[in-house]
Design a protein around this ligand. Structure first.
Ligand code: ADP
Ligand code: ZN
Length: 609
């Protein structure tokens, strides 16, 4: 889960320990130094006084270095003096039983002068020890020393340590279907190689954080019982040019050793952004890294075992197109926010981990948590368990769940992700408008697949038509049907709420682009005739006057379609209401459910399935 990954602070773990250690050491040395300072109070004596003291037998010990004399009196006082080099003095010392030693003149040496040097030395040693230790233990990530710069920071999980299966990932049915192919391939590569089937080398898991992308990737490894490398796109990024590329190389090299296996790259957009999008030359490093990744992906299938790369992102739009080409991340697997049913299932998975009172109805909780991600729901269960524990309860009850929900909701509202019921109602009608118009179109236009009001990317809801046939097979009726169902959303909003929202902008863009195609490319405009007016690519093959006529014709088609759509919805107002209300409750509906709900005879395509 990305959200609560601890931030790396400037001083964390090792470096901080090192700093504290050094400070303690220096403090210790300082105390020692001041303690012994007392002994260092030195009495300067004149030569004659010194001789006097010897005569009175008060001197215990002296050390002579050249003309300098250091010594102790019998009462412990330290003294120093300067003497003349007369051998007669030695006799005097002997006579009075003074211990004495003589040094060469330069040997006068004080250990305390060495202290700063000594501590510097120790600090250096400790730093060295720290880095050496780091370089040994850093394959698990986190370490960053000169010895390991070019090593990948991926974490490797062996099959035995992966305990996630598809069943643990609740909801996301379609994503699991898509990924099953990969599991099957990893398990029986020969089956595919025999026939020469091309297998995806990579799949892109697209969805907002916390909806289970990481979990799904692990589950693929879990199902296929193969090794799993986990790394984040940002782990490749380093200021030093060439380091990222080296890490990529290292990662793939390791992965090949463990093939068959999965490489999971979280937040791939950190490396995978469109090349050349940075100002100036500051992006060389990232581009090199990306190029290396592309090269590795192109290369690895030919050199043996299968390594499949799964990458996660919430921003597929910023990725470099080269990444999405065949043989790379050519499969896109959507991992959307969970709808009602999925939310209930996710709650079910996590509720198993705590003691839950029987009165808690997870379906109700699921209904009260639209817009929650899988991670939010896991968090909800955990929070409620904490709340219940604090209150010394035996089990988690409804009140705990509600308190936890409100707490999380508050956090989400700050980020303004949560939609009000009013918003969701408008979205329900909007999507129902698209869907209903689509259903009421002639049998041979694109059939409806599913409708959802679960937000995805920037869209509030989505209405899918399936199968998407190639453009050139569209008939004029097909194209009109597509325009009308695109306009159905806006028309429903206008009909029911009598107000216009900005939500329909992309619908309008889509509709008018179809209309323009009809007029310019297919000669379907009524008064422009069978002429193709190429558009785009910069070369205008028609005059200003023709351009105006094209615009007029596009406008006419749009107006006519909008009018027809409105009439259609008015005639089917009850169906629209029923669909919108049911969709509001269920959030996602498949074509079959809608046919049944509205009592419409299913289309040929659906009768078989
Ligand atoms: P992502 O990689 O998309 O950011 P994660 O896979 O890290 O999301 O999910 C974060 C956590 O949220 C998981 O560890 C799990 O507890 C919970 N979670 C998310 N989606 C699901 C799901 N479909 N079923 C069960 N738990 C989920
Ligand atoms: Zn729409």
């Amino acid at each position: 889960m990305k959200a609560n990954k601890p931030k790396k602070s400037f001083l964390s773990g090792g470096p901080r320990n090192l700093l504290i250690g050094t400070m303690v050491l220096l403090g210790f040395i300082f105390i020692l130094h001041t303690l012994t300072e007392r002994n260092r109070v030195i009495q300067p004596l004149t030569y004659s006084k010194f001789l006097n003291l010897i005569e009175r037998d008060e001197v215990k010990r002296v050390h002579v270095a050249g003309h300098d004399v250091h010594g102790f009196l019998k009462d412990g006082t330290r003294f120093e003096t300067t003497i003349a080099n007369k051998s007669g003095d030695w006799e005097l010392l002997r006579k009075h039983n003074v211990e004495f030693s003589i040094d060469s003149p330069d040997g006068a040496f004080n250990i305390w002068y060495l202290l700063p040097l000594l501590s510097l030395f120790m600090v250096t040693m400790m730093a060295l020890w720290y880095f050496l230790r780091q370089s040994r233990g850093s394959n698990g990530g986190g370490g960053n020393s000169i010895f390991t710069m070019g090593k990948s920071r991926a974490r490797l999980f062996m099959p035995s340590s992966i305990n996630v299966k598809f069943d643990d990932v609740a909801g996301v049915q379609e994503a699991k279907e898509e990924l099953k192919d990969i599991v099957d391939y990893l398990k029986n590569p020969e089956k595919y190689q025999r026939i020469g089937a091309k297998i995806p080398r990579g799949a892109l898991l697209v969805g907002a954080p916390g909806n289970g992308k990481t979990m799904l990737a692990r589950a693929v490894a879990g199902e296929a019982n193969c090794a799993f490398f986990s790394v984040s796109g940002s782990d490749f990024i380093e200021v030093f040019v060439g380091v990222g590329a080296a890490r990529v190389r290292d990662l793939f090299q390791q992965a090949r050793k463990h093939a068959p296996c999965i490489i999971f790259i979280d937040e791939i957009d950190a490396v995978g952004r469109q090349r050349g999008s940075g100002l100036g030359g500051g992006h060389d490093e990232r581009e090199q890294t990306l190029n290396q990744m592309l090269a590795e992906m192109d290369g690895f299938q030919t050199t043996g075992g299968s390594v499949i790369v799964l990458a996660a992102t919430n921003r597929p739009d910023v990725l470099d197109n080269a990444l999405l080409r065949p043989g790379r991340f050519d499969r896109r697997v959507d991992v959307p926010y969970p709808d009602l049913k999925s939310r209930e299932q996710i709650l079910g998975v996590h509720a198993k981990e705590v003691k839950m009172s029987d009165e808690v109805d997870l379906y109700k909780i699921a209904r009260g948590t639209p817009g929650f991600s899988g991670a939010d729901l896991a968090n909800l269960i955990n929070e409620s368990a904490i709340i219940a524990s604090k209150a010394n309860k035996e089990k988690v009850d409804i009140a705990d769940m509600e308190e936890a929900r409100d707490k999380i909701l508050l956090g989400k509202e700050v980020k303004s992700i949560v939609q009000t019921d009013e918003d969701r109602k408008v979205t329900s009608y909007h999507e129902s408008g698209h869907a209903l118009v689509r259903l009421l179109m002639p049998d041979d236009s694109d059939p409806l697949h599913k409708v959802t009001i679960v937000p995805r990317g920037r869209a509030l809801g989505v209405t899918h038509a399936m199968p998407e046939r190639e453009k050139y097979t569209h008939t004029k009726e097909d194209m009109i049907a597509n325009i009308m169902s695109a306009l159905g959303g806006r028309a429903a909003e206008e009909l029911v709420f009598n107000k216009l929202t900005t939500g329909a902008y992309s619908d309008f863009k889509a509709a008018s682009s179809i209309a323009r195609d009809m007029v310019c490319n297919y000669g379907m405009g009524s008064d422009l005739g069978q002429v193709i007016y190429a558009q785009g690519h910069g070369d205008f093959v028609y005059s200003q006057k023709t351009a105006e006529r094209i615009d007029g014709e596009v406008q006419r088609i749009m107006d006519e379609c909008y009018g027809r759509t409105m009439t259609l919805l008015k005639e089917n107002r009850e169906k629209l209401n029923l669909l919108a209300e049911t969709l509001f409750e269920q959030e996602t509906m498949y074509a079959e459910e809608i046919y049944e709900l509205l009592g419409i005879e299913p289309r040929a395509q659906h009768r078989f399935s």
